[in-house]
Design a protein around this ligand. Structure first.
Ligand code: RB5
Length: 146
């Protein structure tokens, strides 16, 4: 599995924590920044990361900002991306099983590093259930492709 990781200035510390986790888990990843202390705009990192998931270059993407909200709004504008804003382990599992989410977004100002690590581990390790859920995703994709 190849994962792309991105954050704005509001998510930089949590992003580093998640990079360490991906290394511990031996998961191939690319961190596209921001790696910055100065204020930047989350779409400048979230959209390029989402495009690289949509193109198939990466299997999954993890986006972090202050709240996770801006990153989720931006990423979900990219065709083929299903980005889930997740701040609990139950949702991390459910969004893989039901939504086949290919990106998650989290907020560094919302949750701590311990919970974020558990969320990512669960999200990475959970498979899509298909079946009726595939049908529902199909309806979203159909609308997206109109
Ligand atoms: C930056 O201050 C903050 O607005 C951003 O990280 C994010 O939370 C936006 O949704």
């Amino acid at each position: 599995m190849k994962v792309i990781l991105a954050s704005d200035h509001g998510g930089i510390h949590l992003s580093k924590e998640i990079a360490s986790l991906l290394e511990e888990l031996n998961i191939e990843y690319e961190d596209i920044g921001c790696n910055c202390a100065d204020s930047v705009d989350y779409p400048d990192y979230g959209i390029p990361a989402a495009e690289r998931v949509a193109s198939g270059e990466f299997d999954r993407g993890i986006l972090i900002c202050g709240t996770g909200i801006g990153m989720s709004i931006a990423a979900n504008k990219v065709k083929g991306v299903r980005a889930a804003l997740v701040h609990d382990v139950f949702s991390a599992k459910a969004t893989r099983e039901h939504n086949d989410s290919n990106m998650i977004t989290m907020g560094e100002r919302v949750i701590g590093p311990g919970l974020a690590r558990e969320i990512v581990k669960t999200w990475i390790g959970t498979d899509f259930q298909g079946g009726r859920h595939a049908n529902r995703i199909g309806k979203v994709t159909e609308y997206e492709n109109q």
